[in-house]
Write a protein that binds this ligand. Structure first.
Ligand code: SF4
Length: 495
């Protein structure tokens, strides 16, 4: 009988994407998904150290899994991801029943490490940096098993060169490395050929995509490899502009036949360039949605966070994007209660949030991540009651603009891509607009995920719209199983 696996994912889209790749690798080895912990032969915890109390939650889960392993010694327990990269041997010291620990630079080795552990006993493999064969470590260069068959994430860069005081990503994911332009275009072409209509370009700081590629390429003569590495628009430009490769990438990916929606996350406000806004406006497939993390509206706190922009500069760039891209939806991330945040600082955040008129926002109460600069600012921690109060006040402001933005859409005919039955009520169908708005509606017949349908918006809440079905405009083209293999990745021409 085929072995069964279960993957629990914590954290961000990058981790969810890594988990899809791990699932793809395990299914490539003949495994099938388990229903739950009881019928799983392998349990993988793909950890994240960005979320609050990540370590407590991990060790709590591992404690529960120990009793399962005591009953079934063949059960394999695997821990990967950011927290594994950070805690390393501590994991097996605190939880001796863990069979495999791997980090963020060797996701592609997950299945091999599990096989080795079955033969030789527990393994810990954490790489300090992305290996020379780094292409293999990009999650999208590995086989994938996707939750939504018509949509795919495409990792365009890994790591981050910034040093935001609250963030552990640079420490656990390393410096920025961009995937070659030609490889990304080839990958999206393969996805489109297999029926994928929507791609989301993923990176910690997508607007600095290509900085490492062009820094290297500027020192050499132009050659055919430049087009592969950095795209034709960059290679043929005699001025050898330093960037914006990301805008070039948006245009290239958005012009691939069959790709109807291109999304990306996340751009850093300090790197959002006019060329990116122009590429969004001029490339039909690029969706009218910008997720632009604010984090704080206080210049004093932004400086303490090392964000590299002021509130005025943020709003200037946001205004340029809103003016440049018609019907643009805007979302953000905001932290309240960062160490040293005063009432005046917080009110500045409220003012920026009100001025930005967000469609939605991910708001967080600050909590320290061990190993970050902000975690050491203990003497400036804001007390939890104050943080909680500010969080609620911010939520009220964001929900006000979200509701108003949604209500303004009532009466409009919107094109949605169907995600499937609503989680709350399976008789209701859910889909997303280009602005990433969730729309619930009743369809006359079951619609497959990936179906494009027109609905008229009839009601609105802060977090979703209600629609009335009008017509199906396109049915999905994907096959049930879409293989994406590293074998299809082209190698660059030699310099
Ligand atoms: S830009 Fe800042 S918040 Fe984003 S991943 Fe890099 S260090 Fe973290």
């Amino acid at each position: 009988m085929a072995q069964r696996y279960l993957i629990r994912t914590y954290g961000c889209q990058m981790n969810e994407h890594d988990s899809e790749r791990i699932a793809g690798l395990l299914e490539g080895d003949g495994m099938v998904p388990a229903e739950g912990t009881d019928d799983a032969d392998v349990i993988v915890l793909n950890t994240c150290c960005i979320r609050e109390n990540a370590d407590n939650k991990l060790y709590g889960t591992l404690g529960y899994l120990k009793s399962l392993k005591d009953d079934r010694p063949d059960l394999q327990i695997v821990v990967g991801g950011c927290l594994a990269q950070k805690d390393r041997e501590l994991i097996q010291e605190r939880a001796g029943h863990v069979d495999v620990v791997f980090g963020t630079h060797n996701v592609h080795r997950a299945a091999e490490l599990m096989a080795e552990a079955r033969e030789h006993g527990p393994i810990l493999e954490i790489l300090e940096e992305t290996a020379a064969d780094y292409l293999a470590s990009f999650p999208t260069a590995l086989p994938a098993k996707r939750d939504l068959p018509y949509a795919s994430w495409v990792t365009i860069q890994i790591g981050c060169d910034n040093n935001c005081a609250f963030c552990i990503v640079p420490a656990v994911r390393g410096p920025e490395i961009s995937r070659p332009f030609g490889e990304l275009v080839a990958e999206v072409e393969r996805l489109a050929a297999a029926g994928v209509l929507e791609v989301t370009l993923l990176g910690q700081n997508v607007n600095s995509y290509g900085r490492d590629l062009t820094t290297r390429l500027r020192t050499i003569d132009a050659g055919p490899a430049d087009t592969y590495e950095a795209g034709e628009a960059w290679a043929i430009d005699e001025r050898r502009r330093p960037r914006p490769l990301f805008a070039d990438l948006l245009r290239a990916v958005g012009s691939i036949d069959g790709i109807e929606r291109v999304r990306y996350t996340s751009p850093h406000p300090k790197d959002l360039r006019p060329e990116t806004i122009a590429a969004m406006a001029e490339t039909v497939a690029v969706c009218e949605h910008l997720h632009l993390p604010l984090q704080s509206g206080s210049d004093r706190i932004l400086a303490a966070m090392h964000r590299g922009y002021t509130a005025a500069r943020y709003l200037e760039r946001l205004d340029a994007a809103v003016a440049g891209v018609p019907d643009l939806a805007v979302s953000t991330d905001i932290i309240v209660g960062f160490p040293g945040e005063t009432e005046d600082d917080f009110e500045a955040t409220l003012e920026v949030a009100a001025a930005a008129e967000y469609d939605y926002a991910y708001t967080f109460q600050y909590s320290p991540r061990p190993g970050t600069e902000a975690a050491d600012m203990v003497d400036r921690y804001v007390d939890p009651a104050t943080t909680n109060d500010r969080y609620e006040r911010l939520r009220t402001v964001v929900e006000r603009s979200a509701r108003a933005k949604h209500q303004a859409r009532i009466g409009r005919r919107e094109r949605v891509v169907v995600e499937g039955p609503s989680k709350r009520d399976p008789s209701v169908t859910s889909g997303r607009t280009r602005q990433n708005k969730l729309v619930h509606f009743t369809a006359p017949q079951p619609l497959k995920p990936g179906t494009q349908a027109d609905v008229v918006v009839v009601d609105a809440a802060a977090h979703y719209l209600m629609g009335e079905f009008r017509e199906v405009v396109a049915v999905p083209r994907y096959r049930t199983h879409i293989p994406v293999t590293a074998a299809g990745v082209e190698t660059p021409a030699p310099h």
